[in-house]
Design a protein around this ligand. Structure first.
Ligand SMILES: Cc1ncc(COP(=O)(O)O)c(C=O)c1O
Length: 362
C-alpha cells in the first residue's frame, strides 16, 4: 500500500535524540531553545515558542494575542476541529465563514459581510489549508480596517509563503503543528511564532503555569511545554524541510501535468502570489468520491478525505447550536475532496502507478 502520509526519520534525528537522552535533560531546556531559535530564523519571525502540540499552540496563540472570553472569532468551517476548539478553550465564540472553492481557504470576499453585520467580532483565525496560503492581501486590508486580532493556523503550512513572506508572520501570532503526518514532525508538538514583544512574554507565561520564577504564579497558565526529545527530532527535520517541500512540489507538479483533462476530476491550483507547500494534494472527484476512495484502496493506494464533514456539523458544534447553518461551498467540498499521496517518500514508480490507476477509474 502506498501510504497517504509517512514521516521520514533517519540517523540525523536519531543522533540528536540520543544526545538528549544521554544528557539526562529530557523536558524543556537547551534543545527546545535551539529549536525555537532555528524555527524563528527559518520563518523570519522575531520569536518562536514551542508547545506540546499544534492544538496547545493554538490555544496559547489566541489567548496571548488578546482573545477574551465572550469575543467572537471568525474562522473557517472547513478545517480540522482543533481550529475551532481552540476558540472554545479561550471562552470565545466561533463564527464560521464559508470557504472559496478554488483554494479551500476562508473566502476573503465574504468576510466583510460578517464584520458589518455581526457585532463583537474581535479576531480572525485563518487556516492555510493543505499548505496553500490564504488571500493575505485582502485579509490584511480587513484586519487594518476593522482593527482585528489576526491569528494564523499554519498547522499544515510549514514553508508556505505569500508574496515571498512566510505564512504565520502576518498575524499577531501564527502556529504550526508537528504531528507525524505534517511536512515536518517532532512526534507530537507545535510552535507559535510572533513579532510582538508583549505576545511573546504572555506566551511564555501561559505555557508554563504563569511561572515568572520563584514559584509566584501570577496568571492561570498551563503545562504546554515541548520536551527536549521532541525538539531534537524537530531540529533534524527542520534542516530537511526545504528538501521535503521540494519533493512534495515535484510530486504535485507531476500529478498536475499527468492528470489534467479528465472531466470528472478537478486538480488543486496554486495562486501566483503563493508558494504552496503541498501538505496535501487534494483533488475533487465529481464521480462518486467514496467509490473512488475504495477503488484506490483496492489498487494499493492510500488516500484520505480531509474533511468529510464541516466543523459546525459535528455533534459537539450541533449541540452548541450551529446545526442550522449551511456552507454551500464547504458542504460541497466535503462530498468531493480526497487527498492522494504527495509526501517525499512517494517514488517515481509510485507516482506513475497512482496516475495510471486514477486514469482508469470508471
Ligand atoms: C489545520 C489544523 N489546525 C490544528 C491542528 C492541530 O495540531 P495537533 O494535531 O498538532 O494538535 C491540525 C492538526 O492536525 C490541523 O491540521
Amino acid at each position: 500500500m502506498i501510504p497517504v502520509a509517512k514521516p521520514l526519520i533517519d540517523d540525523v534525528e536519531k543522533q540528536k535524540v540520543m544526545e538528549v537522552l544521554e544528557s539526562g535533560m529530557l523536558s524543556i531546556g537547551k534543545t527546545v531553545q535551539e529549536f525555537e531559535k532555528a524555527f524563528a530564523d527559518y520563518t523570519g519571525a522575531k520569536y518562536a515558542i514551542a508547545a506540546s502540540s499544534g492544538t496547545t499552540a493554538l490555544h496559547l496563540a489566541l489567548k496571548a494575542s488578546g482573545v477574551q472570553p465572550g469575543d467572537k472569532v471568525l474562522t473557517t468551517p472547513f478545517s480540522f476541529v482543533a481550529t475551532a476548539n481552540s476558540i472554545l478553550y479561550t471562552g470565545a465564540i466561533p463564527v464560521f465563514c464559508d470557504v472559496e472553492d478554488k483554494t479551500f481557504n476562508i473566502d476573503a470576499d465574504k468576510i466583510e459581510d460578517f464584520l458589518k453585520n455581526i457585532p463583537g467580532i474581535k479576531a480572525l483565525l485563518i487556516v492555510h489549508l493543505y499548505g496553500h496560503p490564504c488571500d493575505m492581501d485582502k485579509i490584511m486590508e480587513l484586519v487594518e480596517k476593522y482593527d482585528l486580532i489576526l491569528v494564523e493556523d499554519a498547522a499544515q503550512a510549514h514553508g508556505a509563503k505569500y508574496n515571498g513572506r512566510h505564512v504565520g508572520t502576518f498575524g499577531k501570532s501564527g502556529i504550526f503543528s508537528f504531528y507525524p503526518t505534517k511536512n515536518m514532525t517532532t512526534s507530537e508538538g507545535g510552535m507559535v511564532i510572533t513579532n510582538d514583544d508583549d505576545v511573546y512574554t504572555e506566551l511564555k507565561l501561559l505555557r508554563e503555569h504563569g511561572d515568572t520564577g520563584g514559584y509566584d504564579h501570577k496568571v492561570l497558565g498551563y503545562n504546554y511545554r515541548m520536551t527536549n526529545i521532541s525538539a531534537a527530532i524537530g531540529l533534524g527535520q527542520l534542516e530537511k524541510l526545504d528538501g521535503f517541500n521540494k519533493a512534495r512540489s515535484e510530486n504535485a507538479a507531476y500529478y498536475t501535468e499527468h492528470l489534467k483533462g479528465l472531466d470528472w476530476l478537478e486538480l488543486p491550483v496554486s495562486d501566483e502570489k503563493c508558494v504552496h507547500c503541498y501538505h496535501q494534494y487534494t483533488i475533487k472527484v465529481k464521480k462518486d468520491r467514496d467509490r473512488f476512495v475504495e477503488y484506490l484502496k483496492e489498487n494499493g493506494i492510500g488516500s484520505r478525505v480531509y474533511y468529510p464533514v464541516t466543523i459546525p456539523s459535528q455533534t459537539l458544534y450541533k449541540e452548541l447550536g450551529y446545526d442550522e447553518l449551511s456552507f454551500p461551498v464547504a458542504d460541497q467540498l466535503c462530498k468531493e475532496v480526497v487527498s492522494i499521496p504527495v509526501h517525499p517518500a512517494v517514488t517515481a514508480e509510485d507516482r506513475e502507478k497512482i496516475v495510471k490507476v486514477i486514469k482508469n477509474y470508471e
